[in-house]
Design a protein around this ligand. Sequence first.
Ligand code: SF4
Length: 355
Amino acid sequence: MEEWKQQLQNSINTLDRLKSIINVTPEEEKAITTLGTKWGTSPYFASLMDRDDPNCPIRRQVLPSMAEKVNQYGIDDYLIWKENREDVRPDSIARQYRDRVAFTVTQVCVNYCRHCFRKELVVDGDLQLRMDVEEGLAWIREHKEIRDVLITGGDPFVLSDEKIEYIIRKLREINHLEMIRFGTRAPIVLPQRITSGLQKILEVYHRVPIWINTQCNHPKEITDQTAEAVFKLLKCGINVGNQAVLLKGINDDIETFKELHQKLLRVRIRPYYLFYCEPAPGIDHFRTPVEKGAELIRDAIRGHTTGLAQPMYVIATNIGKIPLMPDYYICEKNEKEYTLKNYEGITTRWPNIPE
Ligand code: SF4
């Protein structure tokens, strides 16, 4: 059996298996045994957890916490509201923009991230949707304005090679499609998934390119195996971007944030987005003030390191993504000139050109 399948088969999703890897705290055990929430991860990702520290950034993303019972700021029925699901469409199609959609093809994940904005659907199972691939394909075929499809889940890379090949092939038969994207945490939580079989499926040249965005939130998640998986994807002509989530106590300090984005570039992953942690129910404990992400980009990245390391900070809302980048650089403006400030607080002047 291929290694990635063994990893999934031996998923760390029982207390006994977990106890063979880390020293589980009474608080963690209580959350696992009383919350009734889906949890689990691959043995590979679990091996990156600190054995003793419950504040380990990977452990906090993997293990349920009693804090998930608190919901002061989360929005009930969040996903229905966020993905405009009152509109008549197949369950598998989420739409916020005219020319692109998210196509949800599975509810299964490798790692059931505690901060997931799709928690109601993927983790808690409060929301039941019908993930009918054929229905989704038919809808995309009929909507000629759609030029870009994001295949998402769950994690679409838990599907078999055959299923992935089928979805790509069917989408590529649709003339109005210009690009296909995958949203998958596989390069981070299951790098073994990038097999030569999958490479063969992905590397076929076609006018419709494939892009991949993954999610990595802490430098500890990046290993030699991550680097190898990403390199294999690049060899197939596929660029890999990162969509980090801003998580309190995990990546909201300057040093970690900078190291994360530098390390992503070291393994050839291009930082793409930094998402504000969305107001899905039960994840208040991961959320920072909204300004935090812009402050981190200002204080850790912009001017402080390679420009390619800079993600776009956004809030993903029901009306689309709203950028929230730092806004410190125009100090003054008059008819003749601007006064501009750099990352060190030093100012300079720049001519103001009339329209
Ligand atoms: S992999 Fe994505 S969809 Fe799955 S639990 Fe994590 S954030 Fe949610």
